[in-house]
Ligand binder design. Sequence first.
Ligand SMILES: Cc1cc2nc3c(=O)[nH]c(=O)nc-3n(C[C@H](O)[C@H](O)[C@H](O)COP(=O)(O)OP(=O)(O)OC[C@H]3O[C@@H](n4cnc5c(N)ncnc54)[C@H](O)[C@@H]3O)c2cc1C
Ligand SMILES: *[C@@H]1O[C@H](CO)[C@@H](O)[C@H](O)[C@H]1NC(C)=O
Ligand SMILES: *[C@@H]1O[C@H](CO)[C@@H](O)[C@H](O)[C@H]1NC(C)=O
Ligand SMILES: *[C@@H]1O[C@H](CO)[C@@H](O)[C@H](O)[C@H]1NC(C)=O
Ligand SMILES: *[C@@H]1O[C@H](CO)[C@@H](O)[C@H](O)[C@H]1NC(C)=O
Ligand SMILES: *[C@@H]1O[C@H](CO)[C@@H](O)[C@H](O)[C@H]1NC(C)=O
Ligand SMILES: *[C@@H]1O[C@H](CO)[C@@H](O)[C@H](O)[C@H]1NC(C)=O
Ligand SMILES: *[C@@H]1O[C@H](CO)[C@@H](O)[C@H](O)[C@H]1NC(C)=O
Length: 531
Amino acid sequence: MNFSKSLCFLLFLTFSCASSSELPEDENPSKKFVKCLNRSFRDISDLVYTQQNPNFTQTLLSTINNLRFAEPDTPKPLVIVTPVSEPQIQTVIFCCKKHDLQMRIRSGGHSFEGLSYVSNVPFVVLDLVKLKTFSFDAATETAWIGSGLTIGELYYNIAQQSDVLGFPSGLWGSVGIGGIISGGGYGMMKRKYGLAADNVEDARLIDASGRILIRQAMGEDLFWAIRGGGGGSFGVVTSWKVKLVPVPRNVTVFRVFRTLEQNLTNIFHRYQSVAPKFPKELDIRTDGQSILSAASPRSDNRTMIFRFESLYLGGIESMLSTTTQFFPELGLVRQDCFEVKWIQAMLYFSNFELNTPPEIFLNPSVLLRINHKSRNDLVRAPIPVQGLEGLWEIMHEMPPQQAGVQFTSYGGRMDEISESALPFPYRNGSLYEFNMFVLTDTDEAARMEWIRSLGAYLTPYVSQNPRGSYVNYVDLWLGTNNLNGTTSYAQASRWGKRYFNNNFDRLVMIKTVVDPGNFFRHEQSIPVTSV
Ligand SMILES: Cc1cc2nc3c(=O)[nH]c(=O)nc-3n(C[C@H](O)[C@H](O)[C@H](O)COP(=O)(O)OP(=O)(O)OC[C@H]3O[C@@H](n4cnc5c(N)ncnc54)[C@H](O)[C@@H]3O)c2cc1C
Ligand SMILES: *[C@@H]1O[C@H](CO)[C@@H](O)[C@H](O)[C@H]1NC(C)=O
Ligand SMILES: *[C@@H]1O[C@H](CO)[C@@H](O)[C@H](O)[C@H]1NC(C)=O
Ligand SMILES: *[C@@H]1O[C@H](CO)[C@@H](O)[C@H](O)[C@H]1NC(C)=O
Ligand SMILES: *[C@@H]1O[C@H](CO)[C@@H](O)[C@H](O)[C@H]1NC(C)=O
Ligand SMILES: *[C@@H]1O[C@H](CO)[C@@H](O)[C@H](O)[C@H]1NC(C)=O
Ligand SMILES: *[C@@H]1O[C@H](CO)[C@@H](O)[C@H](O)[C@H]1NC(C)=O
Ligand SMILES: *[C@@H]1O[C@H](CO)[C@@H](O)[C@H](O)[C@H]1NC(C)=O
């Protein structure tokens, strides 16, 4: 479709539309906004949802991943727009500016803090869920992929083309391409191929003045910023050109569980330092929780159970000998391991059975959603046994299975890429990322307090100055922008340095050049400097 010659867009570029409102002053902002869209959308009926539309709530909820922000008292957008073309997005930007509405961009809706669909000022959601292009070029092994794809849909599309190509992105199939690449993005192949953002060659971005820019037109600074500087600060990325990576025809996976009674403390203590040193083909992640167990020696029957999950880019024999050589403490045996196609491994990491038809990825709503508060830290030296034992005690303070810890080991390719290559820092020498979450559907205040105290407990064990954090695990407890859009560099550094370290200054410079009016903003967007 080509609406780019639409009247309003032309007026928009010449700024003569701004004062020409023929609408009565008292008309509500939502109506004004829809009228503005209506001038250039050919048919708005199934692309624009006002609060009066019977499908408004269903559309809003469709991709809200954190159910903490799906409550009746969560602030709602005036309008949700689900564009199918870039000119429609240009019009949405124009109409938001004209009617002074904030715009939030949503791709997969997995923001931990609901940044893509919650705001405390009148706002519109630009929902990219219909931008699901997948255009594969066999000769260069690249693809242009729409921001509205989920990672599961991406993996499915790749597997339809080839058994020996993959893409290094996240684990959980319903996560959106738009958000995950904007913040870096990692999964079970990061040790071999780095971040999703490391494998992006070009992008199409719509900036605050409505221009559609590819890499060459946006320049290397802006192209750098959008590959890890966090979503929602620089523009709307509609699609990405990604380099697909080679994967073996068969890969190997395993998932094993270990409790404290099965020597978990020693196994995990060892994991911390060996996992980042494995050969690049081997990635083992782990997560854990406190459970009730008949085998527990404690009077409260509690133990910790960890799940160790792995992808190995090779066959079973080689996987077994590698894991046994580098990590004998895990006690892996052949029966734990399965040799499968890469796409089946991707299904496995979304908790589907290994033999599930990959088409299930086309229905991401079957994946579990929870109501949670999450936080994360970066670990650069192993937590000693005594520190781990204290951690288990804190985990036992919550009811069983209501809180979790998750560990993502680095090393391999991650060590080879400099801290400033992309906005994502802290690569070289970091052992692992440590995420923690608590379910907040009941007893919210006490559980929030609990996860705050867990963070305080970890202070001596995690990175400091700055205390590193991952922008894709966004955490508003680190601080927020002022609602009126005037946040000082010093204030924004409180979270900006934690996510981006020395790259924060460059992000602020780029933001100030490309979006001086701070149109693209949210609670933790990159600020504009006034000097
Ligand atoms: C269950 C779960 C599993 C996860 N697993 C992983 C994992 O394995 N690896 C990993 O690295 N991360 C993981 N994450 C974190 C994930 O990368 C981030 O939450 C990411 O921001 C989600 O992207 P989204 O498009 O789904 O989210 P959204 O909420 O739609 O967007 C997130 C942010 O990016 C902005 N944004 C979205 N699309 C665009 C766009 N096209 N252009 C510009 N800005 C945009 C939004 O405005 C918002 O600020 C996980 C999160 C969850 C909830
Ligand atoms: C959009 O415009 C068409 C004709 O141009 C009109 O019939 C329709 O009522 C308008 N819709 C809204 C919501 O303004
Ligand atoms: C609402 O959604 C249903 C299907 O989910 C569709 O049949 C119906 O036409 C939609 N109604 C409106 C007003 O968009
Ligand atoms: C537990 O692990 C430690 C350290 O790796 C080891 O010395 C010990 O033998 C293990 N115990 C059991 C029961 O496996
Ligand atoms: C622990 O388990 C025992 C045996 O099953 C049971 O009798 C007891 O009530 C349990 N205690 C707690 C605190 O759950
Ligand atoms: C791949 O694994 C399957 C079993 O899952 C096996 O039958 C097949 O021979 C393997 N192929 C290769 C090339 O190793
Ligand atoms: C990573 O750190 C090591 C040790 O400090 C150093 O020798 C190496 O040059 C660094 N690599 C990169 C890419 O920064
Ligand atoms: C914006 O908000 C901040 C904090 O709430 C306040 O200190 C500042 O004066 C405001 N600035 C303007 C221009 O309103």
